[in-house]
Design a protein around this ligand. Structure first.
Ligand code: PLP
Length: 228
């Protein structure tokens, strides 16, 4: 595989090195390959190489790509990492194994209803706006405790983690650190943080899931990171 997909191998090596440096077993960190904007022909070799966790940021785009791929490959785990509109909740629950972007009470209620209706096993992460950015989605740190009470009341055991996207122009480490202590305070085992440029730092700060796009697939043709 080394020669076929050097970019994926390189990311796997970076991940293993970062885990080792943090004194962690590398199986404690899951690599989510972020395939947004890339088409099936770009995704197939990554699946062939054995990668099974993928992230998409748009429900409709994921619906076009993944049902077909799931017929060919077993064990695919799909994560929604972009904002979820209320009118897409039904589709999202049917398609995604993990929804990382719970960010408002109304969405918690809608997700709870759909999960119950579909008897789904969907796992939910709460997105936290650690940098308090106006344009970015996520629960503000000061609202976090109250929101977690509501989310757990609505969704119970489905809520298992937190996710954040630090401000692009800041050192991400304090943001990762903050997210880790928030997760610990709520006994949430999953921590989704770190992207192509900073996932080693996230692993040092306790990430269990890193979301890596361009370092695997190359530069995206269009569509900037959607986070609001
Ligand atoms: C696009 C995206 C990523 C991946 O970003 P890269 O810098 O390409 O690794 C990770 N997380 C979210 C929420 C994204 O939208």
């Amino acid at each position: 595989m080394q020669n076929i997909l050097p970019a994926l191998s390189h990311v796997q090596k970076r991940l293993a090195d970062a885990a080792a440096n943090a004194g962690r077993a590398d199986q404690t960190v899951q690599l989510i390959a972020v395939s947004k904007t890339f088409e099936t022909p770009d995704i197939l070799p990554v699946l062939e190489a054995g990668q099974r966790l993928f992230g998409e940021n748009r429900v409709q785009e994921a619906q076009k790509k993944w049902p077909g791929l799931r017929k060919i490959y077993n064990g695919i785990e799909l994560h929604l990492i972009g904002p979820l509109q209320s009118n897409k909740v039904e589709d999202a629950v049917q398609l995604f194994d993990v929804i990382q972007t719970l960010d408002r009470p109304k969405l918690a209620t809608a997700l709870a209803r759909e999960i119950k209706k579909n008897n789904a096993k969907t796992l939910i992460y709460v997105q936290v706006n650690t940098g308090r950015e106006a344009q970015k989605a996520g629960i503000l740190p000061e609202d976090f405790e109250g929101f977690m009470r509501l989310a757990k009341a609505e969704l119970g055991e489905h809520v298992v983690g937190l996710m954040c996207i630090p401000p692009v122009d800041e050192d991400p480490r304090p943001h990762f650190h903050m997210l880790r202590s928030m997760a610990a305070s709520q006994h949430l085992p999953h921590l989704s943080m770190g992207m192509s440029a900073d996932f080693e730092i996230a692993i040092a700060e306790g990430a269990t899931h890193v979301r890596v796009g361009s370092a695997i697939f190359g530069t995206r043709p269009k569509a900037p990171i959607v986070s609001a």
